[in-house]
Design a protein around this ligand. Structure first.
Ligand code: UT7
Length: 330
């Protein structure tokens, strides 16, 4: 049988500090009822402390992953870090994470696809397993969104949180693992969701800092409209192309940006909400972290052979879906 790339372990990490809607009410003009109704979010985690970058969380997730699977980090061939909040502009955070976990034999790189980062990274990592080039690939999705959020802007500060999730990919010859993916992008969507300064086009200056151009800029309504349509469309498309009905699907693992976007996707797929992984109420939108954090939290309920659809939409615009069969559990 053909070699596929299967997830053989998953591990998450979220920082301890909880930023609740009640605390946000004291920071900006908002309220728990609005946030809950419009997004589904109740609280999010924030990584506190001086010089604590995204990699702090990614390292914890990857260390835990290796321990869980019983492998030495020296066995990792490749580590892909999906993030929009790299510790530094360069070098890539994948290098830093490999060093901190002791993955001395690995090479690595970062994938910047915003909220679709994890599915972009997963699909990329799977290629190296399928071709036989590598035996152990780690894909970690992690973001410290609090580093680029303006906590005086109620349109964005209520949504985002910090967190990380990692999976290990290994060869599978039982027909399980990643079976299909559809990935899309449309750069014309950049105008609706971006960070204005800090890149080569507008390097940091005193003026860019004063104008708050190093924070997330989002036209929420426009993004919402694209997200609802595209995440639902691509999820329906991957079902159709793999001849899957809603009864065949055990779980939808959606990017956690807004409960209303998730509901629209599940609805379009004909899925009951009992099949939809949802933890947005606890963590908010952790960008690249949402999907692996869901898999981590639901891991004990997943069974070998379960048909699972991952779906995401995010900045870029980027979006897509992945179809996989879970490879372990009883
Ligand atoms: O993950 C990456 C991709 N990102 C997304 O998928 C995010 C997509 N967008 C969204 O999730 C939603 O657009 C938001 C949650 C960001 C905003 O929700 P919305 O339902 O689109 O709200 P809105 O911006 O249309 O604002 C509706 C009203 C406005 O008041 P008026 O003009 O109707 O009087 C806002 O001023 O709600 C007001 N509002 C708020 N009220 C209390 C906006 N933000 C808040 C707030 N608290 N935090």
């Amino acid at each position: 049988m053909k070699t596929t790339a299967a997830i053989t372990a998953v591990q998450g990490y979220v920082p301890e500090y909880v930023l609740s809607n009640a605390v946000l009410e004291t920071m900006v003009d908002t309220n728990d009822a609005w946030i809950t109704e419009r997004t589904g979010i109740k609280e999010r985690r924030i990584l506190k402390g001086k010089d604590q970058g995204m990699s702090v969380m990614a390292v914890e997730a990857v260390k835990g992953l290796c321990k869980k699977r019983g492998i030495d980090p020296m066995e990792i061939d490749l580590l892909i870090c999906c993030t929009v909040t790299a510790d530094m502009q360069f070098p890539a955070s994948a290098n830093i994470i490999c060093d901190k976990v002791g993955a001395k034999n690995a090479w690595g790189f970062d994938v910047n696809a915003a909220c679709s980062g994890f599915i972009y990274g997963l699909t990329t990592g799977a290629q190296f397993i399928e071709t036989g080039k590598h035996k152990k690939v780690v894909v970690v999705g992690a973001d410290k969104m609090s580093a680029i959020i303006d906590y005086t802007d109620r349109a964005t500060c209520i949504i985002f949180g910090d967190g990380a999730g990692a999976v290990l990919l290994e060869p599978n010859t039982e027909g399980n693992g990643i079976l299909d993916s559809i990935l899309r992008s449309d750069g014309s969507g950049a105008q609706f969701l971006h960070q204005k300064a800090g890149g080569s086009m507008r390097p940091a200056t005193q003026q860019t800092v004063e104008a708050k151009e190093h924070f997330v800029f989002q036209e929420g309504k426009a993004v919402f409209k694209f997200a609802v349509t595209n995440m639902a469309d691509v999820s329906a498309e991957i079902m159709e192309r793999n001849k899957l009905t809603s009864d065949d699907i055990a779980w939808l693992v959606p990017h956690q940006a807004n409960k209303r976007i998730i509901d629209a996707t599940a609805n379009r797929m004909g899925l009951d909400e009992s099949k939809v992984m949802l933890n947005i109420q606890k963590y908010g939108n952790t960008t690249s972290g949402t999907i692996p954090l869901c898999l981590w939290e639901w891991e004990s309920r997943l069974k070998k052979g379960d048909n699972i659809i991952l779906a995401a939409f995010g900045g870029g615009f980027t979006w897509g879906s992945v179809y996989l069969k879970w490879a372990y559990g009883s």
